[in-house]
Ligand binder design. Structure first.
Ligand code: GLC
Length: 760
């Protein structure tokens, strides 16, 4: 890693958690000054030339791009997989316009990866105020970065492959947190389930229909007048009882927690915050106020530790009734209006109207209104208005909000995690956040905000989530079925088939739209939706093992094709299919009426998991009837599955390793208690099981083994697919009894037998 500092940074970094002691990067890096700037080399190879200048608001940095290089990452952007030839703003807003022109969005992660066959590097621009990154509009062959400050801090990462870049970046900014097992299951949400009876009815319906589901989500209407940390007495008279009942059904509860605290004397969260001086102020020293759901609100100052403690305490008390997870929303922070400018705008518009200056009034309204809804953006670059608030740091120093705007939600997430530590020490936490800054992966899962029930939004969710993974944030999802507008039956089926592979899998929809639970369209649709959810639960052992891998090394759970096939030029741009882990290729159907689709299969042979057919690499047309999402297993790859249960926390019983062996394929069996942080102390089970072809023999070996935990499965089934060559299956020289099922050869054995083979 190479660190480049321009000027003198005014503030500490919020993203960086552990910086290696020496940041000039060691021997592999070479920086050579030329006339206009510097040339940066890694391992003898030139990465780029860089020039440093100024623009009207601060530092400008530009570096070269080669003609055939692609750009990825940059967090959450409504844009395609390859982010070259675009312009992006970094300023968290409540983005209601999910369109290319609706940039910026909720999250700001100024980290990107430049890649082509044989070359890959990453750049992280660590500045949490306003930033602009142009990936080839102003200059075809350059990236231009404009920082809204007179200083800049850049980290450059290089390595042999993409994963080394993500490893280094997540070492710097924090490893992805390991979620509890239930959070990897299916989540059901709605804005809003309006009463505790309704919540229980929905939960019971899942269990009655045997559709797996791990959590029910409560949106803003559970609160009393949208006051944070309260429950509506009429609609949720007994939250503890409701949650106990849900827990007895093995169902968890996640509640939304916005960030604005209603300004109201006598309301405990407000009073306590005032007492502790925990809120943001204006430059004049008054409380900073902005309108959100409950009306005028004040906002916690998460920059100082007392503000974070205030929040953590409120949250921990609130969670006391048994809440399992916290959903942080509106935390850009989103503010619908700010009181003073709003009043002056209304006065000005009224005056012009009285003077009969209709056009003037209209113009004034149009422009002022855009600036008033300071943090709700209405279009490209517009609406990125400063929030005139002031933070205090722990030494009492003042920091303008605009200097750290994008880090505000990150600090809120830190405080929220502290709340979990108070409420349930030693247990894993679960936070979902809408807004974020670089480093968020160590604290929370993310979702892409208010999309629409629209095929285009469904399709773009793939490059959006893939790029979040390439920005260090593996645990990400989009609202399955779409948030705004009305879903139709086919879209709900296809979106659930896709969502089953989102790392974060939640169905959520807005008030005023048609209901979107799996059963709303009746048969045959509800069976298709249910089957797609069950598919997720079949794949849990594989997906869960990808989460631990992400936690250890920053590897994304879902990956673009080029991550695994960097020599394959085509795989750098395909964005309507993706890999889950290294071995499973998913090609979801993204258009109505389609019952087949073109699939690009990179570089190796692939096994069609539905037909059992072996396919050569290249473009193929595959069948995709309505009840099926095309899935392919890589040659020399493996996936681990189980029978679906109602909850992800139920023991797996038997796991099946599906392998397609060319020469040798390995599967990882991983399990832990799914609840506590004990896995960090070695309490987990992990075995790397490999199957190698030797002539007509398939030879099984356990290559690595960690036995710190008794896994929730006792039987392992090994299913050899696409392998007509198999005559015998051997374990330690002994031939195992096998049977044939369709085209597969199957061997079954107890976990003890398998692991003893390695120990022995
Ligand atoms: C925001 C969130 C959405 C939520 C709604 C009501 O629009 O993005 O998910 O349902 O607020 O809380």
């Amino acid at each position: 890693m190479l660190k480049i500092v321009v000027g003198s940074p005014r503030l500490r970094s919020f993203a960086v958690v552990s910086e290696p002691p020496c940041c000039t990067g060691g021997d592999a890096w070479r920086v050579v000054e030329d006339r206009d700037g510097v040339e940066v080399y890694w391992s003898g190879r030139k990465l780029f030339s860089m020039r440093i200048a100024t623009w009207e608001r601060g530092v400008e940095i530009a570096h070269t791009l080669e003609g055939d290089e692609h750009v990825y990452g940059l967090g959450e952007k409504y844009a395609h997989l390859d982010r070259r030839f675009k312009r992006f703003h970094f300023w968290n807003v409540d983005q209601t316009v999910h369109l290319p022109s609706g940039d910026p969005m909720y999250k700001s992660i100024p980290f990107y990866i430049v890649a082509k066959p044989g070359k890959v590097y990453g750049v992280f621009v660590d500045y949490p105020g306003y930033l602009y990154i142009d990936t080839g509009v102003e200059h075809l062959d350059r990236i231009v970065i404009r920082v809204g400050a007179g200083y800049a801090v850049l980290y450059v990462f290089s390595g042999e492959n993409l994963y080394e870049i993500l490893d280094a970046y997540t070492r710097l900014t924090g490893r992805p947190f390991m979620p509890p097992k239930w959070a990897v299951g299916y989540h059901q949400s709605r804005y809003s389930y309006a009463s505790q009876d309704e919540v229980l009815r929905v939960a019971e319906e899942f269990r009655r229909r045997r559709i797996p589901c791990d959590a029910i989500w409560l949106d803003i209407d559970y609160m009393d007048g949208y006051r944070l940390f309260t429950w509506s007495r009429d609609r949720f008279p007994d939250p503890r009882g409701m949650i106990e009942k849900l827990h007895s059904m093995n169902m968890r509860v996640v509640t939304i927690v916005d960030v604005g605290i209603k300004e109201e004397k006598g309301y405990h969260a407000y009073d306590r915050g005032v007492e502790l001086n925990a809120f943001l102020r204006t430059p004049d020293g008054e409380l900073f106020r902005g309108g959100v759901w409950p009306g005028l609100c004040v906002f916690p100052d998460f920059l100082r530790s007392s503000g974070r403690r205030y929040w953590a305490q409120r949250l921990a008390e609130f969670m006391g009734v048994g809440v399992d997870g916290i959903w942080l929303d509106m935390n850009e922070p989103a503010i619908f209006y700010m009181e003073k400018p709003f009043r002056s705008m209304v006065a000005e518009v009224s005056k012009r109207l009285i003077e009969n200056d209709v056009e003037g009034a209209g113009n004034h309204y149009f422009w002022r209104a855009r600036h008033l809804i300071g943090t709700t953006s209405v279009g490209k670059g517009i609406g990125m208005v400063d929030i005139p608030a002031v933070h205090l740091d722990d030494d009492g120093g003042e920091v303008r909000h605009s200097e750290i705007h994008n880090a505000y939600p990150l600090l809120e997430n830190e405080a929220t995690k502290m709340g979990f530590e108070i409420a349930r020490p030693g247990r894993r936490w679960f936070i979902l956040t809408r807004s974020a800054y670089a480093g968020i992966q160590r604290l929370a899962a993310v979702w892409t905000g208010d999309n629409q029930s629209d095929w285009g939004h469904m399709a773009i969710s793939i490059p959006m989530l893939l790029n979040l993974g390439l920005s260090g944030v593996p645990f990400a999802g989009a609202d399955v079925g779409g948030f705004g507008d009305d879903v139709d039956p086919e879209m709900l089926v296809r979106w659930t088939q896709l969502g089953a592979f989102y790392p974060f899998f939640r169905n959520h929809s807005s008030k005023g739209t048609r209901r979107q639970e799996p059963w709303v369209f009746g048969e045959p649709w509800s069976s298709y939706v249910a089957e797609a959810i069950r598919l997720r639960y079949r794949l849990l052992p594989y997906i869960y093992s990808m989460f631990i891998e992400a936690h250890r090394s920053g590897k994304p759970v879902i990956r673009p094709l080029f991550a695994e096939f960097p020599q394959d030029e085509q795989s750098y741009v395909v964005e309507d299919e993706f890999l889950v882990g290294p071995s499973l290729l998913v090609a979801p159907v993204l258009t109505p009426g389609a019952r087949a689709r073109a699939v690009y299969l990179p570089q190796v042979r692939w096994l069609d998991l539905w037909s059992g057919e072996v396919l050569e690499p290249g473009w193929r047309l595959v069948e995709a009837p309505i009840d099926r999402v095309p899935l392919f297993l890589r040659e020399d790859g493996a996936v681990v599955t189980t029978e679906p249960r109602s909850s992800a926390t139920e023991p797996w019983g038997t796991v099946t390793i599906d392998v397609f062996v060319g020469r040798k394929a390995c599967a990882v069996l991983y399990d832990d208690d799914g609840e506590t942080a004990d896995f960090e102390k070695g309490r987990f089970f992990e075995a790397k099981v490999c199957i190698e072809r030797r002539g007509g023999d398939a030879v099984i070996r356990v290559e690595e083994l960690h036995m710190g935990y008794e896994p929730g499965f006792s039987k392992v089934r090994i299913r050899l697919l696409g392998s007509p060559w198999v005559e015998r299956v051997l374990l330690e020289g002994e031939e195992l009894r096998v049977y044939r099922s369709g085209k597969a050869v199957v061997a079954e054995l107890g976990i003890g037998r398998l692991t003893a083979s390695q120990q022995g």
